[in-house]
Design a protein around this ligand. Structure first.
Ligand code: DHK
Length: 197
C-alpha cells in the first residue's frame, strides 16, 4: 500500500484566513499546508497537497490519486453538496477516502447538510476546524501502518504455516490490539480485502 496521500481542497479554500473567519478560522491555506506537511513527515507519509477552484482539476487529481495513492483526503468545499462527477471519480478509487469540512455544516444552511462525497468516503470529519485535516492524516497514517503490519504478520504466518491469530500470539503481538486487526476484522476493508482473503 502506497505511502502517498493526496490532500485535495476544493473551491474557495484558497481564501482560508481571509473569508468568513468565524466559520473557517484565521489560518491561511499555506499555514494548513505547512502543518499537514509536518504531520505527514512524522507519519512517514508522502503528501500531495493541492487546491483548485475548478471541478475538472479536482477530478483529474482524483484520477491521479487512483493510480498512486494509499489514501485520499478531500475537502470538496461546495462541490461536496453539488457534484456527482466528483463523487463518481472518488468511487473509482480503491484507497481509503476521508472527507473533511472545516465548519460544522450541520449547524449551517440546509443545503450544506448533504454531501455526495460522504457516501463514498470511509469517514467524515466535520466541524473540527483546520485540525480536521491533521486528524484525517493521522487516521490515514494508522490505516497504512495497519496494512503494513498485517501484511508483515501474514507473511510470517505463511512462512511458519500457522494461522494469523496464532502467529500474532507466537510473536507476542496482542492480536486484538494490533492496529492491523482493524484491517483484518473488516473496517476499511474496501481497498484491502483482496489481500487478506
Ligand atoms: C467549505 C466550503 O467552502 C463550503 O462550501 C462547505 C466547507 C463547507 C468547510 O466547512 O470546510 O459548505
Amino acid at each position: 500500500m502506497s505511502r502517498i496521500v493526496y490532500l485535495l481542497n476544493g473551491p474557495n479554500l484558497n481564501l482560508l484566513g481571509k473569508r468568513e473567519l468565524h466559520l473557517y478560522g484565521h489560518e491561511s491555506l499555506a499555514d494548513v499546508q505547512q502543518a499537514c506537511a509536518a504531520q505527514a513527515a512524522q507519519l512517514k507519509l508522502s503528501l500531495e497537497f493541492r487546491q483548485s477552484n475548478a471541478e475538472s482539476a479536482l477530478i483529474d487529481w482524483i484520477h491521479e490519486a487512483r493510480e498512486r495513492a494509499g489514501g485520499l483526503i478531500i475537502n470538496p468545499g461546495a462541490y461536496g453538496h453539488t457534484s456527482i462527477a466528483l463523487r463518481d471519480a472518488l468511487a473509482a478509487c480503491a484507497c481509503p477516502i476521508l472527507e473533511v469540512h472545516i465548519s460544522n455544516v450541520y449547524q449551517r444552511e440546509a443545503f450544506r447538510h448533504h454531501s455526495y462525497v460522504s457516501a463514498v468516503a470511509a469517514g467524515v470529519i466535520v466541524g473540527c476546524g483546520t485540525q480536521g485535516y491533521l486528524l484525517a492524516l493521522q487516521r490515514i497514517g494508522q490505516v497504512v501502518e495497519g496494512y503494513h503490519a498485517a501484511r508483515a504478520l501474514k507473511l510470517v504466518a505463511a512462512r511458519e504455516q500457522v494461522l494469523l491469530p496464532i502467529c500474532a500470539g507466537i510473536h507476542g503481538v496482542l492480536y486484538e490490539e494490533l492496529p492491523a486487526a482493524e484491517v483484518v476484522r473488516g473496517l476499511m476493508l474496501r481497498p484491502i480485502k483482496p489481500e487478506f482473503d
